[in-house]
Design a protein around this ligand. Sequence first.
Ligand code: GLA
Length: 384
Amino acid sequence: MTFFLLAAMIAGCGEVSLIPNIPSNGLAKTPPMGWNSWYSFGGTINEDTVRSIADAIVSSGMRDAGYSYINIDDTWEGTRDAQGNIHPNQRFPDMKGLADYIHSKGLKFGIYSSPGPETCAGFVGSYGHEEQDAITYAAWGVDYLKYDWCSAKDVYSGRASPAAYAKMATALQSTGRPIIYSLCNYGEDYVTAWGSKVGSNLWRTTSDIQDSWEKMISNIEAQASDANSAGPGHWNDPDMLQVGRGGMTQAEYRTHMSLWAMASAPLLAGNDIRVMSSETSSILLNSEVIAVDQDRLGTQATRIRNGDIERWLKPLADGSVAVAYVNLGSTPAQVEVSIQDLHLANAVTTARDLWAHTSLPLGGDGFSRLVPSHDVLMLKLGPS
Ligand code: GLA
């Protein structure tokens, strides 16, 4: 399917050379984990807040759980000087100092720009200054760039987007600094077919997520058929985690976290982690679920739907499998866990419940469990 679409896109534009082939930067062997400023702070993010978030990511245990990137999204940009060098605005008086602070905590530092002249929030983009900006980011100590299409639509056709994204990939690699490269074009122009060819480590597969059950489910469903595009170093990105922002129930946030882990999605928290409730941290810090996301095999789960129950299945590097049963319905549903139905390559004798943190021996063909509305049963099945 994906190959067909790519071929159609190439045929449609008549120029095979529009799909470049940039070598991998060797980064993000497992999906990136960290935090991003956009959903909690938007255009008010500033240096002091980012420093306090870095403090909180350490004190909350999130850094040690694997959340290592502190990413500033849109609205940090100021103006270019006479030489064309980009400067941050007054909310970020010392970008290098901020990066040094973040690094001193054992964390990494991410930033944001656009291949167009303006970012989505109307700030200065990198159009015509790609190499210069990459050099500036590297000098500041940037470790991660989110590159958001926005006004690039005014200066490039959709067909030219692979080349526009490849330009920044080459610029970043030329700096010699390891910088994770995150594309954001909302899943358009068949990006799942070419994202990994333009030197990127992840690409958004959808429009912006919202802190709602419907949009969260719709984002993950949208990339379910693109499992083949994901793998170590190159990931489908259904957008940031909304866990703890208040728009969903705890059951829905558990499902959100589970599905992102099953899909090998980046785990970028979007909440204000300085004021997390214990319920929120118990979801974001579930090490057994994080381990599924970070499994080194890097396979995106495949999905089957049966009525209101959706089953996601993900093979893991140790020969076991993770399986998540989501109740999409509005009433509790009985889930039948049938080992035979899973058609597994390896024998399994134990089911580990990754939210209850309990193990049970498997007798017969499996067991059944009542799953509340919008909740999830997430298991790891393997030898004991
Ligand atoms: C777009 C992106 C968002 C965010 C905003 C910033 O909407 O998809 O993730 O970066 O721009 O303006």
